[in-house]
Design a protein. Structure first.
Length: 263
C-alpha cells in the first residue's frame, strides 16, 4: 500500500498501527478486530475517486418530465357543481363497492377468464392502454364497420373492468395501470371506457395510499376539472362522470382541498 493512502478519508475513530502476522491475507474473513480494521482500511483505499453508473436506456421511461402543481381543482361550470348530498351518496356507494370487492376478491380471482382475455404484463404500458380503451379509442378511430355491428369485439372496443380481471391485479399493477391511463388522459379526451376503468382502479386502491398513488389521484382530479371546464357542449352525462371522479378523490381519499364546493 502506498504511504499515506490511509489518510484519504477522515478517521472517525482513532486506529493505531495493527501488529499483524506476516501471513495476513486480506481476502479471507478476519479473525481478530485488528485484521477486520486493516481489511476495512485496504478496501477503502481501493475505492475509485469517481464511479460511473452503467444505465440501460431501454429501462428508462419515454417521458421523463414531471409536472407538479400545488393548485386545486378548477371550479365546475356554472350550474354543474354537484350538491353536497350527491357527493355524500357517491362516497357511500363507492365505499360499499370497495367492501364488496375486498370480501369477494378471492372468489372472483378463481373464476376462469374467457379465452380471448389476455392481461398484459404490469410494465406493458401500450398493452394496457389498448386492453382498457380498445384499439378504436387508442387509435382514435371513429367510424364503425358493418362487421362490428354483429357483435362486441373487445379487442377493438376494450375489455370492461370485470371483477374477474381487476381481482387478479396486485397493488403494483393497479398503480401502474392507473398511471398509464392518467398519462393518456392528460393528452386525450374523456371517454366512457376510460371512466369505467378509472372508477374500477380507484375501487382497487388500498388505503392508506402510497405516495405515488397519492400523487396520481390528485393529478387525475385536476385533469378532470380542466376537461370539465373545457366541455363545449356541456354534456351532462360526461360532466357528471368527471364530477364523480373528483368527488371520490377529494372526499373518499381525503384530498379535501380538491373538493367541489356544494352548490
Amino acid at each position: 500500500m502506498e504511504p499515506g493512502v490511509e489518510e484519504l478519508m477522515p478517521r472517525l475513530l482513532p486506529v493505531g498501527d495493527c501488529d499483524l502476522a506476516e501471513d495476513f491475507d486480506p481476502t479471507v474473513p478476519p479473525r481478530t478486530p485488528q485484521e477486520y480494521l486493516k481489511r476495512v482500511q485496504i478496501e477503502a483505499a481501493r475505492c475509485p475517486d469517481v464511479v460511473v453508473a452503467q444505465i440501460d436506456p431501454k429501462k428508462l421511461r419515454k417521458k421523463q418530465t414531471v409536472n407538479i402543481s400545488i393548485s386545486g381543482c378548477q371550479p365546475a361550470p356554472e350550474g354543474y357543481s354537484p350538491t353536497l348530498k350527491w357527493q355524500q351518496q357517491q362516497v357511500a356507494t363507492f365505499s360499499a363497492v370497495r367492501q364488496s370487492l375486498n370480501k369477494r376478491r378471492n372468489h372472483w380471482r378463481s373464476q376462469h377468464l374467457d379465452s380471448n382475455v389476455t392481461m398484459p404484463k404490469s410494465e406493458d404500458e401500450e398493452g394496457w392502454k389498448k386492453f382498457c380503451l380498445g384499439e378504436r379509442v387508442y387509435s382514435e378511430i371513429n367510424a364503425l364497420s358493418d362487421n362490428e355491428n354483429l357483435g362486441i369485439d373487445y379487442v377493438k372496443m376494450g375489455f370492461p373492468p370485470l371483477l374477474s380481471i381487476v381481482s387478479r391485479m396486485n397493488q403494483a399493477t393497479v398503480t401502474s395501470v392507473l398511471e398509464y391511463l392518467i398519462s393518456w388522459f392528460g393528452e386525450k379526451k374523456f371517454t366512457p371506457e376510460l371512466g369505467r376503468w378509472l372508477y374500477a382502479l380507484l375501487a382497487c386502491l388500498e388505503k392508506p395510499l402510497l405516495p405515488e398513488a397519492h400523487s396520481l389521484i390528485r393529478q387525475l382530479a385536476r385533469r378532470c376539472s380542466e376537461v370539465r371546464v373545457l366541455e363545449e357542449n356541456k354534456n351532462e352525462e360526461q360532466i357528471s362522470a368527471l364530477n364523480l371522479i373528483i368527488c371520490l378523490v377529494s372526499r373518499y381519499f381525503d384530498q379535501r382541498d380538491l373538493a367541489d364546493e356544494p352548490s
